[in-house]
Write a protein that binds this ligand. Structure first.
Ligand code: SAM
Ligand code: TMP
Ligand code: ZN
Length: 405
């Protein structure tokens, strides 16, 4: 029997993506030896409603000195995190010698603002590749995995934090019991633990199955996060829906009884309950839509290939690993994927072995079609790639359904 990583309750598996590689494990072309694969499957807990993977990939295989993802790669995300930092500066960080700790600070996209404002901060970032980029900008970072022991060390040398923040990181961590014990050790009595991650309701509504890959261990809802907070002696006191990365929620957690919960918590909880968000029936409906999208995408790509059209991908996202490997899309259907990340270029996508090339190659010459794997950045990308459409090119989207625009 599968059991829930948070509460030990019974886990009901509802979707199996089969054998999948490390989503960020891009390969050197000359190294096509053994690749790591695992079974990517998702289940929902019948007790606490947490949606989660059934298998855990060892963390050092994903987050290490080769981790290529750069948070500053999108101008919309840079603005988003500048706004986030600014808001902390105006609210929880106004006190004398205030201190913020960010888990998974990546290249310092958020902490840069605090560093420039002269506010005490520390990033905890296990992937040395990106931690070094942050450090070079004068941001304080320790290259470690956050867990109970890390938190105790920080508390000893730096004192309590008024804010512990994490974006797109908490859902990556299976060992959340250790994280919460760490937060308990490090957080000031009136401090807040704030994190934002893809929202289960948006994933279900958009059928965005590509949010499911090795790094995304949990798929949070207000219901599952509030139960988890309570279990660990905390309380969910605010929630805010965010438009980034295909729909997220920012959760604010405080020690139980310390802050009055905002009405938004009860409102979203009730909305989730009414629509049966965590019911197996809802989740099985999601699977049906995903299977349809897969079949439509594959037939479209095969038809375009047979007609002799040129098709490339745009954005060698971690998400695209699930799409390519689940749909069986290789270099015969998508000749290359263009991506601006230096450490992805010149490599092959994991499992599917599609070459990754620079942005310059996208326009020399423009292809007939481009599959927008970075669909969560659609507005930004379509706006800056107007020339592609002007020269007759078309985008292929597969979320929320397969369409050519
Ligand atoms: N916060 C950035 C953002 O939103 O763009 C980066 C998100 S990135 C998808 C996830 C980050 O979490 C990676 O940089 C990874 O190294 C880091 N990470 C993974 N496990 C962690 C842990 N236990 N403690 C702190 N960071 C962790
Ligand atoms: P993400 O969806 O996980 O944020 O990943 C976005 C990927 O797409 C990342 O590898 C960078 C790439 N990218 C581009 O190549 N061009 C762009 O304009 C943007 C915004 C992202
Ligand atoms: Zn559970």
């Amino acid at each position: 029997m599968l059991s829930c990583r948070i509460c030990g309750g019974r886990l009901h598996e509802f979707m199996d993506f089969g054998r999948q590689p490390l989503s960020s494990g891009l390969l050197e072309p000359e190294y096509l030896g053994d690749e790591f694969f695992f079974r990517l499957a998702v289940g929902v807990c019948g007790e606490c409603t947490m949606v989660q993977l059934t298998e855990e990939v060892p963390r050092h295989l994903m987050f290490n000195s080769h981790y290529p993802y750069l948070s500053s790669g999108s101008s919309v995300m840079r603005k988003h995190f500048e706004g986030t930092a600014q808001r902390f500066l105006e609210t929880d960080l106004t006190g004398k010698d205030a201190f913020l700790v960010e888990l998974g600070c990546n290249d310092g996209v958020m902490l840069r603002v605090l560093a420039e404002a002269g506010v005490r901060h520390l990033g905890v970032e296990p992937s040395q590749s990106v931690a070094d980029i942050a450090r070079r900008q004068g941001i304080r970072v320790t290259t470690e995995f956050f867990q109970e022991s890390t938190a105790a060390d920080i508390r000893k040398t730096e004192g309590h934090a008024q804010v512990i923040f994490a974006a797109n990181t908490i859902c990556h961590i299976p060992y959340l019991d250790s994280i919460f014990r760490g937060v308990d050790a490090l957080l000031a009595p009136d401090g807040v633990f704030v994190f934002e991650d893809p929202y289960l309701a948006d994933i279900v509504d958009l059928a965005s199955f590509d949010q499911i890959y090795d790094e995304h261990y949990f798929f949070f809802s207000v219901s599952s996060v509030s139960a988890m907070a309570e279990r660990f002696g905390f309380e969910l006191v605010d929630v805010e829906r965010l438009p980034v990365h295909g729909g997220e929620v920012r959760y604010t957690i405080a020690r139980a009884g310390r802050r009055a919960p905002a009405p938004a918590v009860a409102e979203l909880l009730e909305r989730e309950r009414r629509r049966g968000l965590s019911d197996l029936k809802t989740l099985k409906g999601f699977v049906g839509r995903v299977e349809r999208a897969r079949d439509e995408l594959v037939s479209l790509l095969r038809r375009l290939r047979d007609e002799g059209r040129t098709v490339v991908g745009y954005g060698a996202t971690a998400k695209s690993a699930t799409v390519a490997n689940y749909c069986g899309i290789g270099p015969d259907l998508i000749s290359f994927i263009s991506d601006t990340t230096p450490n992805k270029q010149g490599r092959l996508t994991p499992g599917s072995h599609i070459p990754v090339r620079s942005r310059e190659e996208f326009e020399s010459p423009y292809p007939d079609y481009a599959v927008l794997f970075a669909w969560n950045h659609a507005e930004e990308i379509i706006a800056k790639e107007q020339q592609f459409r002007a020269s007759g090119g078309k985008w292929i989207l597969y979320v929320p359904d397969v369409r050519v625009v």
